[in-house]
Design a protein around this ligand. Sequence first.
Ligand code: SF4
Ligand code: SF4
Ligand code: SF4
Length: 273
Amino acid sequence: MRKKLLPLGMFCAFEVVAVCLWLAKGNVFYLANFSYIGASVALGVGLFMHGSPHARRVTQLLVGLYMLVYLGLVCRENMQIEGFWYYLFSGTFEAATIHYAVAKIFGPLLFGRGWCGYACWTAMVLDLLPHKVPARPRVRGIGWIRYAVFVASLAFVGGLMLAGVGGMEQIMFWAFVVGNVAYYAMGIVLALVLRDNRAFCKYVCPVTVFLKPASYFSRVRITCDHDKCVGCGACRRACPMDVDMLDDSRRRENGTECILCMECVRACPKDAL
Ligand code: SF4
Ligand code: SF4
Ligand code: SF4
């Protein structure tokens, strides 16, 4: 029953955000935007509940392409972390600041890293690569890269604004284009070299600096019914993020890496997750 309520709960959560922002900002775009994203997420989760192997891909494409092509390239909104800093420092609660608040800063308290599993346009491409499950253990000692990229993005936008550089809207648009090309190139190379589609997510992505602490407290999370579990290990072998989902504690290994992709649930022969 809890699993069946998940799609409805997801949609309702987005709808609450959609209505609140519509009324607060007086702009019907927010109603349409968050209703569309909520419906796309609920559709993917619902398809999964009905056994579709392509459920998550559907949502990734619906949300990822919408944000990358329509919001990013057509509407010229920088929805990457540089756009977040830009709107934040401008004192504007629009576009990227709202997107980050909902999907990456406060939302993960409810739905963890659902963004990473169902909506990110970078992972939308990386998940098409051949190494869906990592072929090797994690590389230790390089997690600092994400913090370096995070600080670099902050310094880039902060420096431009402190220097009073003009034409920031144009700069932010091209930063979005160049940044995405760089992310895709780096993500694809890392995936192929480390034989792990999600290597970019694990070592480089600066957004995880926001996502990981909040998702530690996520309400939606994978837990194990140990009365059903027979310890076969199929779930761990299916996980793209090396999560120890058999440990129900919040301190479990790589617990803040779970992207709620449900591959472990699908792999379990005993319906224990
Ligand atoms: S870790 Fe970064 S690149 Fe990976 S899915 Fe999440 S937001 Fe996207
Ligand atoms: S396989 Fe399970 S534990 Fe691993 S990321 Fe997906 S949902 Fe989370
Ligand atoms: S796949 Fe299911 S039964 Fe096997 S170890 Fe994981 S939770 Fe237990």
